[in-house]
Design a protein around this ligand. Structure first.
Ligand code: ATP
Ligand code: ZN
Length: 223
C-alpha cells in the first residue's frame, strides 16, 4: 500500500452514528469539505480526511490499512474481532465516545417459560451477530443453533424461522411490539474510536495522538 501523509478516518455514511460522529470531530477542531458523492470528505485545516461507508465495513477498512481510525459501534467492532481471520491486523478500542448507546441482548417470546441461558439448549436463535452470540453460548455451555440474518431479526420468531433472537436493544420498544422479552445482555455498546493496536510511527501517529488529546478534552467537558 502506498504511504499516506494524511490521516483517514472511516465513519458511517448515513445512520444513527453519522451526525454525532461529525459533531464530535467538529468539536475536536476538524472541519471537512463535503465532496459531491460524499464517499470522501477532504479535511480543511488539519491533514485529516473522512471516508463515509457502511458501518459494517469500518473494522475491515482499518484492518486493511485503508483507514487509520474509525468511529463505529462496539457491537460491530467486537463482532469483527470475534470472526476475523488470524492474519488480520489486531484492532483496539482507543476511546469510548458516549453516544450510540445500546445493548446486544437475547430475547424470547413473552409466553416462553425462560429462566436461564440453558433453556435455550436445542433452540434456533436468529441474529446478525453470530460471532458474539456463539462466543456467549459457548461461555454458557449452551448448545443452540445460530441462524444468521442480515436484518429484521425481531420478526423471526413470529415467522417461525427461529425460537429466540439476539439483537440490539435501545429502549426495548421494538421487542415489546413483537411480543418479545429481553432475558440476557451480552454486550453494552456505544460508539468507539477504533484503530490498529500499533499506531503508525510517522506523522499520522503524531496526528492521532493530537486527536486523542483533543477528544479527551471534548469528552471531559461533556461529562
Ligand atoms: P449501515 O447502512 O451503515 O449498515 P445500519 O442499519 O447497520 O447502517 P444503524 O441502524 O444506523 O446502522 O446503527 C448504527 C449503530 O448504532 C449500531 O451498530 C449500534 O452501534 C448503534 N445503535 C444504537 N441504538 C441502536 C438500535 N436501537 N438499533 C440498532 N443500532 C443501534
Ligand atoms: Zn450496518
Amino acid at each position: 500500500m502506498k504511504p499516506r501523509d494524511r490521516l483517514r478516518i472511516a465513519m458511517q455514511k448515513s445512520g444513527r452514528l453519522t451526525e454525532p460522529a461529525l459533531d464530535l470531530l467538529n468539536r475536536c477542531g476538524l472541519t471537512f469539505r463535503q465532496s459531491r458523492d460524499k464517499l470522501f470528505c477532504f479535511g480543511e485545516g488539519e491533514p485529516v480526511d473522512l471516508l463515509l461507508v457502511r458501518d459494517d465495513d469500518i473494522p475491515g477498512l482499518i484492518a486493511q490499512g485503508v483507514c487509520d481510525l474509525g468511529i463505529v459501534g462496539r457491537n460491530v467492532l467486537d463482532e469483527f474481532r470475534c470472526t476475523a481471520s488470524e492474519d488480520v491486523a489486531a484492532l483496539t478500542e482507543w476511546r469510548p465516545l458516549g453516544f450510540g448507546r445500546c445493548r446486544l441482548s437475547v430475547a424470547v417470546p413473552q409466553d416462553m417459560d425462560y429462566r436461564q441461558p440453558q433453556d435455550l439448549g436445542g433452540l434456533r436463535i436468529a441474529t446478525s451477530y453470530p460471532g458474539l452470540l456463539n462466543h456467549w453460548l459457548k461461555a454458557q455451555s449452551v448448545d443452540a443453533a445460530v441462524v444468521t440474518l442480515a436484518g429484521s431479526v425481531e420478526i423471526a420468531p413470529k415467522l417461525g424461522t427461529a425460537d429466540a433472537i439476539c439483537d440490539l436493544v435501545q429502549s426495548g420498544g421494538t421487542l415489546v411490539a413483537n411480543q418479545l422479552r429481553e432475558t440476557d445482555v451480552l454486550l453494552e455498546s456505544e460508539a468507539v474510536l477504533a484503530g490498529p493496536q500499533a499506531l503508525p510511527t510517522d506523522e499520522r501517529g503524531d496526528m492521532i495522538n493530537l486527536l486523542l488529546k483533543r477528544l479527551d478534552g471534548v469528552i471531559q467537558v461533556r461529562e
